[in-house]
Design a protein around this ligand. Structure first.
Ligand code: GUN
Length: 288
């Protein structure tokens, strides 16, 4: 039996629609327009595509978009000065500094210079601590999108076995915190985990966020498991063209899983939808 395909693209469109409705009401009732500032340092082509999409979808939701493209050689002092200006700007409710930054810039220092109330990525150490202690935090967008898909599919996640593969600060660790918050039994697996297939086989929910193309195979899964594939890997196929694949081997996993997200069209669209939702949340909190 084949797995149900989790349509993240359609779900993200619904989330963006709800955000746009709320933004329109907010503007009509208070005259306030939520604003998102995106800072891109350098010319990484993948980052440029993300930033363009973010800007476009921000405007489509009725929000203001402020793009700051800085030269790859920008000094840390200049970047910190820009962040200080954005922190102080009342028209800016959310600030996102696109990662990765060029090597001469200290990402932790830069991220922690953002006002935590405007940190729509949820990467500031204050938001990390708030999430880790179950308090009201800005939550990182990709894990938040995964959680929304899981809640939509299952309702309550309470008591489910979840295995998160990958321990990054952007996805793996916050994902584990969110699942714990929803009363899952959570395992974080990573490159040093012994007998990964056996660990994955325990899971009712598998979150794959390792950045290794098609690593998770169908015979690793418990039959009926829900598979959320966060991976976006470009691989060269025989025709010489590039193809996007996830961290899961879709064909074999879809034979065993109960439900699975495709790549593309699964988790990816949810990330920007959650960024817009976080920007609206930041704006509402800033304005009481
Ligand atoms: N680079 C890749 N994903 C992300 C993200 O979610 N936020 C930021 N700021 N940079 C990224």
């Amino acid at each position: 039996m084949g797995a149900a395909v989790i349509d993240g693209k359609a779900f993200a469109a619904k989330v963006r629609g709800r955000v746009a409705d709320h933004v329109a009401r907010l503007k009509a009732e208070t005259g306030i327009t939520p604003g998102l500032a995106v800072v891109l340092v350098g010319e990484d082509p993948a980052s440029e595509v993300y930033v363009r999409n973010k800007g476009k979808q921000t405007l489509e939701a009725g929000m203001a978009s402020f793009e700051h493209k800085l030269d790859a050689t920008t000094s840390e002092a200049d970047l910190l000065a820009l962040i200080a200006r954005l922190n102080a700007d009342p028209a800016v409710h959310g600030i996102l500094v696109q990662l990765p930054l060029p090597g001469h810039l200290d990402s932790d220092l830069v991220i922690n210079a953002i006002d935590p109330a405007k940190d729509v990525d949820g990467f500031h150490i204050s938001n990390v601590g708030l999430l880790g202690t179950g308090q009201k935090a800005m939550v990182p967008c990709t894990p938040l999108g995964c959680l929304m898909l899981l809640r939509d599919l299952h309702g309550s996640l309470s008591g489910m076995e979840a295995v998160v593969i990958g321990r990054s600060n952007i996805v793996g660790k916050p994902m584990a915190q969110l699942l714990l918050g929803d009363s899952c039994t959570v395992t974080i697996a990573h490159s040093r985990t012994r007998d990964l297939p056996a660990v994955v086989r325990r899971a009712d929910i598998v979150i794959a966020a390792v950045g290794r193309p098609e690593m998770v195979k169908g015979d690793w899964l418990k039959p009926g498991a829900t598979v959320i594939d966060v991976g976006i890997n470009r691989t060269r196929v025989e025709s010489g063209k590039d193809r996007l694949v996830g961290d899961c081997d879709y064909a074999s996993c879809a034979e065993v899983a109960g439900a699975i997200t495709p790549v593309p069209g699964g988790v990816g669209p949810m990330t920007i939808a959650c960024l817009l939702a976080n920007t609206l949340t930041a704006c509402c909190r800033a304005n009481g």
